[in-house]
Design a protein around this ligand. Structure first.
Ligand code: FE2
Length: 133
């Protein structure tokens, strides 16, 4: 984890995304990484399977919400930008946190208008570089 919870909630609100799905994405998206150096797309597929195993045990989502969470998890490191708005917010939240590894997110790699705004981009980068303090 841990994506910037303040930024995530702000972005979800700005885009009217499903906050339950976005918050679960933030908690689960990197739980199945096998190391900190490389994150092949397979870790997203494993995270989606892991989320499925937790549904009804650790959290409850409707079928539609689970579909969105699954898509967001599965493809979060594939570079896509086209998807349901809630899935786009998940992907943007992840990409806006790249400052933690020294990468400044490029607007064309983001999905939503809110994430691409200069104010959000700058604030997200500054916060991610500092570890979301
Ligand atoms: Fe990831």
């Amino acid at each position: 984890m841990n994506l910037d919870q303040i930024l995530v909630r702000l972005l979800a609100g700005m885009e009217s995304a499903n906050l339950s799905v976005v918050e679960l994405f933030c908690m689960l998206h990197d739980t199945q990484r096998r190391n900190e150096r490389r994150a092949p797309p397979s870790h997203g597929r494993r995270a989606a399977r892991y989320a499925k195993s937790l549904r009804g045990v650790w959290f409850d989502l409707s079928d539609k919400e689970m579909e969105l969470l699954t898509e967001a998890l599965k493809y979060h490191s594939d570079g896509y930008t086209e998807a349901d708005l809630t899935v786009q917010v998940c992907w943007d939240a992840d990409r806006l946190d790249l400052g933690r590894v020294g990468i400044k997110p490029a607007p064309h790699r983001l999905c939503t208008a809110s994430a691409k705004s200069v104010a959000v981009l700058e604030a997200a980068y500054e916060r991610s570089v500092k570890g979301n303090l």
